[in-house]
Write a protein that binds this ligand. Structure first.
Ligand SMILES: [Zn+2]
Ligand SMILES: [Zn+2]
Length: 162
């Protein structure tokens, strides 16, 4: 999706809203259905402000209990659009668009993926799996003893038993 920002730049248009979908299943395998990108570009006292939200369903696997689940992920993004940078170090803070068309799709997709959480949990208080019997502790309690014997002590115990 490319948006023409010429009229926003010259001030003849104050605001432009947009909404489109993007199929990103080829670059992000957890997202099988197209994501929705919606937002607006506004001219505020000569400064172009981009504000948008990327939203899509992701098929995930819990890092702690290995349960498969799906969740809607919504990532907001805001930035200013400039036609050039005075200082190259500002690259991370602005979107540079030299001509009249801005490629929003590429930007939105990369910001959506960058916004993903680093640790995936089915719920904040996921109890995970028992490290002894492998039971999913969210679904059942197991009878494994909490304190397992230190393996070094276990060898010592065997020696003493002989
Ligand atoms: Zn879990
Ligand atoms: Zn157990």
């Amino acid at each position: 999706m490319r948006i023409n920002i010429k009229q926003l730049r010259d001030g003849s248009l104050r605001e432009k809203q947009f909404e489109f979908t993007a199929d990103i299943s080829e670059i992000e395998t957890t997202v099988s259905k197209p994501i929705t990108i919606s937002g607006e570009i506004t001219n505020r006292a000569g400064v172009l402000l981009l504000s948008m939200t990327m939203e899509g369903e992701r098929n995930l696997v819990c890092d702690r209990c290995a349960k498969e689940f799906s969740r809607i992920t919504s990532v907001p993004f805001e930035s200013c659009i400039v036609d050039h940078l005075d200082n190259e170090d500002d690259e991370d803070y602005f979107i540079v668009c030299e001509d009249d068309e801005l490629d929003l799709e590429e930007l939105a997709v990369s910001m959506f993926i960058l916004g993903f959480e680093s640790k995936i949990l089915c719920s904040e208080d996921c109890k995970g799996l028992c490290h002894i019997c492998g039971a999913n502790l969210n679904e059942q309690a197991c009878n494994c003893k909490e304190e397992s014997i230190d393996p070094r002590l276990e060898i010592l115990q065997q020696l003493l038993d002989e």
